[in-house]
Design a binder for this molecule. Structure first.
Ligand code: G3P
Ligand code: CA
Length: 253
């Protein structure tokens, strides 16, 4: 959690490690999530997609090309094939052998230890993925109110409406980089099913933060990769900062 102690400003802003502490370790791997825990982040952010044979896996891009030694679309590869890939060495030799994690292993390893901000990445490519995610949470009793430590978000608003119906006790977030989604009408519509409005920091203003709060939602903004961006968002009054650097975005530094 961040706080402006030097200025006497005691507002708490959650520190969310984007794809894990992804500046320091390969994104969406155990190495990056462990690093986030070590750096005392409040949440890890994870990107969930699905293998050809139905396993929920963590990877950001819809192809494996950038972050593994393989090629092809995530949804065209079986879990066996995805599991055989090296998801670490692109980031540095010391990470060789990091694997694409499964959603269930990450829930088991981290819930109770750190918050989990679950992004459904391109859910339109994976019909039924909302039900599968709901199932995994229900099996672990994580569909009950968790003091906000499990949140689900997506750029796909229909998917979030559905997820809200499947998991009425789990907070929902909508992601956007578009100013068109910041009109009064759009925000009111989001507030009918979402608990978080999570914009790119380029469209954040104090007025937007106030409007979101007035509608009873919280606001988490991304992706912070500099002290300036972190300071800006703290100044704007957001509730959480989603960052690749969970260590140095503390405005006190
Ligand atoms: O959590 C917000 C952020 O992850 C959205 O963008 O592309 O990094 O998934 P992206
Ligand atoms: Ca993401």
């Amino acid at each position: 959690t961040f706080a402006h102690e030097s200025t006497g400003d005691t507002r708490k802003v959650d520190n969310v490690a984007h794809r894990g502490a992804s500046a320091y370790a390969p994104e969406n791997t155990i190495a990056a999530f462990d690093k986030a825990v070590e750096m005392k982040a409040d949440y890890i952010e994870i990107d969930v997609q699905r293998s050809k044979d139905g396993e929920l896996v963590l990877i950001h891009d819809t192809t494996v090309d950038r972050t593994t030694d393989g090629t092809g679309k995530v949804g065209d590869l079986t879990f066996e094939e995805l599991k055989s890939l090296d998801a670490g060495s692109w980031k540095g030799e010391e990470f060789t052998g990091e694997k694409i994690p499964t959603f269930d292993e990450i829930l088991d390893r981290y819930h109770g230890k750190i918050g989990i901000l679950i992004e459904l990445k391109a859910p339109e490519l994976y019909p039924g993925i909302e039900e599968s995610v709901a199932q995994e949470l229900k099996e672990r009793n994580l569909d009950k109110p968790q003091n906000g430590k499990i949140i689900i978000q997506s750029f796909n608003f229909e998917s979030m409406k559905l997820t809200n119906e499947l998991l009425p006790n789990v907070p929902i977030g909508v992601l956007t980089g578009s100013p068109l989604d910041t009109t009064k009408e759009a925000l009111e519509e989001f507030s009918t099913y979402a608990d978080y409005f999570n914009p790119h920091y380029g469209i954040v203003t104090k007025d937007l933060v106030n409007q979101v709060h007035t509608l009873g939602m919280k606001i988490s903004s991304w992706t912070v990769r500099s002290q300036e961006a972190a300071d800006f968002l703290f100044e704007m009054g957001v509730d959480a900062i989603i960052t690749d650097y969970p260590d140095y975005v503390d405005p006190r530094n």
